[in-house]
Design a protein around this ligand. Structure first.
Ligand SMILES: Nc1ncnc2c1ncn2[C@@H]1O[C@H](COP(=O)(O)OP(=O)(O)OP(=O)(O)O)[C@@H](O)[C@H]1O
Ligand SMILES: [Mg+2]
Length: 454
């Protein structure tokens, strides 16, 4: 691939070395010794790559980076930084530099960086013809076409038309809360409140008051009368999340409410009525809990008038294609990123993972990959690295994780933990400095940076 390359550096020797190096490979080179001149050349030629020194006589290289970014062209920027400049390097990556190389320049490293740009540019070009049409990314959309999901859509459709209690079961991250919201939004009372009570997050002694409310002076600390969630839900939906964690004593009171639609605030005399609809979710085996006397049998039967059992992601891998598409759009909206595609092989790699954290884990992996990538395509290598790290923390045996990747991750973690103090890292890893240096180079290890998403 022939490239247009712009070089901005005040060191003439560097300009000349790089020019010679690139011209020999058949690329077209433009060079400038100052930021202003460089930016002018950029506007004139719109190069594929700009290699910019951070320290320029008339301006800061980061400023030029930002100005180039603001032009909205697909130019990939590689910053040249000094070894001790970790702060600036991180800053550069955060500002959207594609890559960075250290001074003194090592031609092999420059070559590698250009290789990475080229594969990104090629991956981007392949996809340019099939840009997806912008869709409204709906946060309450349940994505999936698998047989299991189709059945679930049917049940949801039926459940929307009634006010019966629904029990939503599934492992963590399978979408229980999304299902609850979708049921509410498609019901006749969609304009009434949707109120959530996480039964695991409140101290057991307080949960009763959270549910039913309390009168002033009902217990120490009850300085004023407060409405409970049942009351706040009005004619809408009360979503009882993690119902399996509900204290045994309170389970009886909840059952009473479900049978009569009546309740009293704590310390109150008056019987109140509520028409709210209850949706409950759990990631525990509620039936098993019933058999161990940890959950009331009568309440269990009352809750499970309709049951929705969400399948783990590993049992519906065919939905991954559509989920990836959905999440990329959602992430782009939130992070103002422009990642539109995944490289060939990425979907297969994602389908080889076990997904103990289910759809949420998939979303997290994609967020991480989007934050890391410097182009509009997610590369297989990046995804593989992230998945291997997840695999390690999940401590699942097996999996297609290469030894190289394990090594890379171990070194990266150690460096990050030590704030990239290489000498200490080498000591801790029990390898020599040159070995560490060559491994950083071999694996292209970089300091992690992050952006907020959730
Ligand atoms: N089928 C799906 N389609 C689109 N997004 C989904 C789907 N399932 C889950 N998600 C997304 O995955 C994330 C986790 O979903 P959710 O919070 O509903 O899971 P959960 O089952 O309630 O998990 P937990 O048991 O850990 O609370 C959310 O960001 C949600 O939007
Ligand atoms: Mg949840």
């Amino acid at each position: 691939m022939k490239l247009k390359i712009l070089l901005i550096d005040d060191e003439v020797s560097i300009l000349e070395t790089l020019e010679m190096f690139f011209t020999e490979k058949g690329h077209q080179v433009f060079k400038a010794e100052t930021g202003e001149r460089g930016f002018a050349l950029f506007c004139e030629h719109l190069p594929d790559i700009a290699i910019i020194d951070i320290h320029l006589p008339d301006s800061n290289g980061l400023e030029i980076l930002t100005r180039i970014q603001n032009e909205g062209h697909l130019t990939k920027v590689i910053m040249i930084t000094a070894y001790h400049d970790m702060e600036t390097t991180i800053q550069a990556m955060k500002s959207g530099a594609f890559d960075y190389i250290h001074k003194p320049l090592d031609v092999d490293l420059v070559e590698e960086a250009i290789q990475r740009v080229t594969s990104m540019l090629e991956a981007e070009q392949v996809k340019l013809n099939d840009l997806p049409k912008p869709k409204n990314s709906n946060p309450d959309l349940i994505v999936g076409k698998s047989e299991q999901m189709r059945k679930i859509f049917k049940t949801i459709g039926l459940a929307c038309q009634k006010r019966t209690t629904v029990l939503i079961q599934g492992e963590t991250g399978t979408g229980k809360e999304v299902v609850a919201r979708v049921i509410h939004r498609n019901s006749l009372y969609k304009n009434e409140p949707f109120v959530t009570l996480d039964c695991s997050s409140v101290v057991p002694s307080l949960i009763e008051s959270e549910l039913f409310g309390h009168m002033e002076g009902a217990f120490t600390g009850a300085s004023r009368t407060q409405k409970g969630k049942i009351e706040l839900a009005g004619n809408g939906t009360l979503f009882l999340d993690e119902i399996g964690e509900l204290a045994y004593e309170v389970q009886g009171k909840l059952l009473g409410f479900l049978q009569r639609h009546e309740y009293m605030r704590l310390g109150g005399q008056e019987t109140l009525k509520s028409n709210c609809r209850i949706l409950a979710a759990t990631n525990r085996d509620l039936f098993g809990m019933v058999n161990r006397n940890e959950f009331r049998r009568d309440l269990f039967y009352r809750l499970r008038v309709v049951i929705i059992q969400l399948p783990p992601l590993r049992e519906r891998l065919s939905d991954i294609d559509e989920l990836v598409d959905h999440f990329l759009q959602k992430i782009n909206l939130k992070l103002h990123s422009g990642v539109l595609h995944v490289q060939d092989g990425v979907l297969e790699r994602l389908k080889a993972h076990q997904w103990p954290g289910n759809v949420r884990e998939l979303e997290n992996v994609l967020v991480e990959a989007v934050v890391q990538t410097r182009g509009s395509v997610l590369l297989l290598d990046d995804i593989d690295t992230i998945l291997c790290r997840y695999l390690q923390t999940e401590e699942i045996e097996g999996g297609p994780c290469s030894l190289d990747n394990m090594e890379k991750e171990h070194i990266r973690k150690t460096l990050d933990a030590l704030n990239w103090r290489r000498t200490e890292a080498a000591q801790r890893l029990k390898i020599s400095m040159p070995t560490l240096r060559s491994k950083i180079k071999k694996y292209n290890i970089k300091p992690s940076d992050g952006e907020s998403y959730h």
